[in-house]
Design a protein around this ligand. Structure first.
Ligand SMILES: [Zn+2]
Length: 324
């Protein structure tokens, strides 16, 4: 399904839909198991980097399998969106639309304003013929995500959002209010030390609220919203890893954002951390294991646990399927 009704209900209901990235079968299974157990709608998203890694045909068939799998797990009416994350050209978006994606993002945020509008409008005009929904982006996030990288962030300018959404016809808008891509969102220097924990600068809720005022009820998207749980980072480092100064977005802030017009929150790094932590721990404790199923099973379990936690305790999308 596309995101239209899903977002309408999420904005009205004061919760956000989880958008989890996936590259592997185990991630897909963990996402579906978590969504079914919590009766949550879910967006499964594929980046350009994921397509390069796993192949686009394989990923979209995995997503098709995800719907069947959800039904097999006992969910009669699953709500699953297959979404392209950070499409950077019309051609890439068109290819996904032509091949069964129900939603795409066109990210022209690094382009000059008028070019961003022209590109987004072109994708919207094509996508809407097939009832595919489109996410566009205004403002620039810092950080690195697959092939998307920017050294500096530029907050979304609230004075541009009406013009942008009207002229592009986009269905949702990704904004920049201080979230960031990757597992190293902030340097320790940018943070404040509170009770021995590095706390990053707060999200710019004033900008979010101004945008909400300009576009009442319009679906807003937050990228780069992993919280980078310390326990996973510590497990990775305890069992031979070396992650330094990994800092994410505090979950309380995401919980607060979920109650606003923010109706889609992207989480990718936390899944990577959960998977890697479980694999490192398993292999350290079972040095004789060499069957991938032996260490991918706890990895899948750990990701599922993390997805359920996000759905229930952070985004509030549990129990929100239209038909239970
Ligand atoms: Zn992103």
């Amino acid at each position: 399904m596309n995101t239209r009704e899903m977002f309408k209900r999420a904005v009205a209901g004061g919760y956000a839909i989880p958008a989890f990235n996936f590259n592997t079968m185990e991630q897909m299974q963990a996402i579906v198991m978590a969504a079914v157990e919590t009766k949550s709608p879910v967006i499964m998203q594929v980046s350009k980097g994921a397509r390069n890694y796993a192949n686009g045909t394989i990923l979209r068939n995995l997503a098709k399998g995800a719907v069947e799998y959800a039904k097999e797990l006992g969910c009669e009416h699953p709500e699953i969106v297959l979404h392209l994350d950070h499409g950077d050209t019309f051609e890439l978006c068109k290819d996904c639309i032509d091949n069964g994606f129900s939603s795409v993002m066109i990210d022209g945020s690094s382009l000059p304003y008028e070019e961003n509008i022209a590109l987004a409008k072109k994708v919207v005009d094509y996508a809407h013929q097939f009832d595919v929904t489109v996410e566009a982006e205004l403002g620039v996030l810092a950080g690195v995500e697959d092939e998307v990288a920017a050294a500096e962030s530029h907050y979304t300018k609230p004075e541009e959002v009406i013009d942008f959404s009207t002229r592009t016809g986009c269905d949702s808008l990704a904004i920049s209010i201080g979230t960031s891509h990757g597992a190293h969102k902030f340097t320790p220097e940018q943070c404040t030390l509170v009770n021995g924990v590095l706390v990053p600068p707060p999200l710019a809720f004033d900008i979010l609220h101004e945008i909400e005022k300009k576009l009442p009820g319009f679906p807003i998207v937050l990228h780069g919203s992993s919280s980078v749980p310390m326990e996973e980072v510590n497990t990775i480092n305890k069992y031979g890893g070396h992650l330094e100064a990994a800092i994410g977005i505090p979950e309380e802030q995401l919980r607060e954002a979920s109650k606003s017009a923010v109706c889609k929150i992207n989480i990718d790094s936390d899944s990577r951390l959960a998977m890697t932590a479980a694999i490192r721990k398993h292999l350290a404790e079972h040095p004789g294991d060499f069957d991938p199923r032996q260490y991918l099973k706890p990895a899948r379990e750990n990701m599922k646990k993390m997805y359920i936690h996000k759905i229930v305790n952070v985004l509030g999308s549990d129990g929100k399927l239209a038909q239970q």
